[in-house]
Design a protein. Structure first.
Length: 622
């Protein structure tokens, strides 16, 4: 009895008997061998009868089955073995019964009607090794494959996907993949083969996927390769335009075949590669975006803004208007239907903040509502989500976007429950710095959240407290001074330890910010910290480099000492005066606020008139 598989087709012979012309099985046999979990013929006995009743034509059913039979990719061999997708049965003449065996791959021949490179791509996927000693042999197979004569555009596109799949297996796989890309000749050989492939017909989806996958792999792309890529992308497979030089590309104001998904992949790929496309290409890209704006969803909109922000490409006003329109349109559909998530929302606002462009109030309101919904719906926290939220908070701080209570409440809960375990020093400092830009309402929930933040900072982790740089420590001090909430003793002593470790990396401005926080919160500094601070401040005063404080910084230093009633030493005053005279010689302007702080501090500390020869700016216009 024949084994009927998933690629079997039944054709109506008579009203009582039906036979699959692919494998020869009758309908009765097909039903007889049916078992739980087995896949039946695409055109089953019952389905064909229903089709006959509807159409009244047996010829149409046969024609459709023949068309499907021609397009199927599995070869069914009717000798001793019958192969199907996933399982095959062996007719053992000795036993006279069917034997179920494990799936086996036909390696000797490619599937019917397909290019041989497709089978080799599948073989590379199946043979991704798990052991480290097998990596080298697998990489040799990759290099051999891209040098084969039957290597085509499909293979060039999918070989990068295979490499990405290899890197996603584990951290060890990712490490070896990075070494393979950086140290081997793969990038050079790959680009040489692409020059030959581009002489024929190339689909734009392959161009977009190539740049995106190359960015994920951090490939080294030559200038000649990029010029050729721009040429193929701009000319749209037109042989007359291919001969044009790049300086003439500005005649063609659009990228004809790039769709919305491909446009976002291109921008994300160039951002991963840290390559700024030329102006003629970006002009065409912006116009193509406006043409496809109605098709963009939340994820692709986020990739676009992240790419522009990373490359610091200032968009046109028409693009910003189109982006905001598409964002608000998809935002009305909600998070799930609009294809939004925490990552896409965070990088959207981050991109605007990076470019210094504040979107419209309606766009910000839509963003706030979507982020609130996404935080409430998100259940599993991971490092990507946690750092994405930190980037979003940084964007809110830069753009001076206020923190609504509806948004903070779910975030506080998530931070306390899960997110703090995934955040590192840079993300923690971004979150606290954003609170300093626009201090939220001091509610019990916010105070509790700061306590949880401090516990995360105190973790003895190489990526947390030990990872805080001098700049991040100064931002932390500035943020606490802005929200006017004092650190608890454990957090303050942990901050002292971090300051001692990074003391040689503090700039004069950062030292001034740190002392400003102590004066703002009226925290009397520790003796060891104060000694270290003065030594670093004096060392910067002796240097002739460009790292000098500004007039507001010097004013804040004296103002903080006056608030703390801490009388400075003579050595400190000499250093302070050295900085002051250097700024005066450079003809730096002294603003009125700094002047008032200096006058108040000098009178409070009973200091000599160090600045008596400087004219009061408030009287300059009189």
């Amino acid at each position: 009895m024949w084994l009927v598989g998933s690629n079997c087709f039944l054709s109506d012979i008579s009203s009582s008997h039906m036979t699959c012309f692919a494998c020869g099985a009758t309908a009765v046999e097909a039903l007889r061998v049916k078992k739980p979990g087995d896949r039946r013929c695409r055109v089953s006995f019952a389905a064909s009868l229903r089709s006959n009743r509807r159409t009244g034509s047996l010829g149409r059913l046969r024609k459709q089955a023949e068309a499907d039979n021609k397009s199927r990719t599995a070869r069914i061999r009717m000798q001793e073995q019958s192969y199907v997708a996933g399982n095959f049965g062996v007719l053992d003449p000795k036993l006279g019964t069917r034997i179920q065996v494990q799936p086996r791959v036909m390696k000797e021949l490619p599937m019917v009607g397909e290019h041989p490179a497709r089978e080799r791509i599948r073989e590379l996927k199946r043979s991704i090794p798990e052991k480290r000693y097998e990596f080298k042999a697998w990489f040799i197979q990759v290099m051999t494959f891209i040098a084969m004569p039957d290597y085509n555009a499909y293979a060039a596109n999918h070989i990068l996907k295979v490499l990405l799949e290899f890197a996603d297996q584990s951290d060890l796989h990712k490490k070896y993949m990075t070494e393979f890309i950086q140290q081997s000749s793969f990038c050079e050989v790959y680009q040489q083969r692409m020059f030959k492939i581009w002489q024929g017909r190339v689909q734009h989806r392959h161009l977009a996927n190539l740049i995106n996958n190359a960015g994920l792999l951090k490939m080294r792309l030559s200038e000649a390769f990029l010029v050729k890529w721009y040429e193929v992308a701009m000319t749209h497979k037109d042989k007359k335009r291919i001969k044009l030089m790049p300086e003439h590309f500005d005649r063609f104001r659009a990228i004809p075949s790039f769709q919305h998904l491909q446009l976002s992949l291109v921008m994300r790929g160039f951002a991963d590669l840290n390559i700024r496309p030329p102006n003629f290409f970006m002009q065409a890209w912006f116009e193509a975006f406006q043409r496809e704006e109605r098709f963009f969803v939340g994820a692709t909109l986020g990739h676009v803004m992240w790419g522009l922000g990373t490359l610091e490409i200032t968009p046109t006003s028409e693009f910003v208007e189109s982006w905001c329109y598409a964002f608000e349109k998809q935002g009305r559909r909600g998070v799930s239907k609009g294809w939004f998530d925490i990552y896409s929302l965070s990088v959207s606002l981050w991109g605007f903040a990076k470019l210094g462009i504040k979107p419209s109030q309606s766009t910000i309101t839509t963003w706030t509502n979507l982020m609130t919904e996404a935080l409430l719906n998100q259940r599993d926290a991971d490092a990507v989500t946690a750092h994405a939220i930190a980037n979003a908070w940084w964007g809110m701080g830069v753009l001076k976007v206020s923190f609504p209570d509806a948004l903070l409440r779910p975030y506080f809960y998530r931070f306390e429950a899960e997110d703090k375990a995934h955040l590192r020093a840079d993300a923690l400092s971004q979150i606290l710095w954003s609170y300093g830009c626009i201090p939220p309402k001091i509610t019990p929930d916010f105070v509790k959240h700061l306590a949880v933040w401090c516990s995360a900072f105190r973790r003895e982790d190489v990526y947390v407290r030990q990872g805080f740089s001098a700049t991040q420590l100064s931002k932390m001090a500035w943020a606490f001074g802005r929200v006017q909430i004092m650190m608890d003793d454990e957090t303050l002593y942990a901050w002292y330890d971090a300051f001692d470790r990074e003391q040689n990396h503090f700039t004069a401005r950062e030292l001034a910010i740190v002392l400003w926080m102590f004066g703002k919160l009226r925290i009397f500094p520790d003796a060891g910290f104060w000694k270290t601070w003065c030594e670093r401040f004096a060392a910067l005063g002796r240097s002739d480099g460009g790292d000098r404080p500004t007039f507001p910084d010097l004013a804040n230093v004296l103002h903080a000492l006056a608030r703390l009633e801490l009388v400075p030493s003579t050595a400190f005053l000499l250093t302070w005066n050295h900085h002051f005279q250097a700024l005066k010689n450079d003809r730096m302007e002294l603003d009125a606020v700094s002047w008032q702080k200096l006058e108040w501090a000098c009178s409070r500390l009973n200091l000599p008139p160090l600045i008596s020869d400087v004219k009061d700016p408030s009287q300059s216009d009189a």
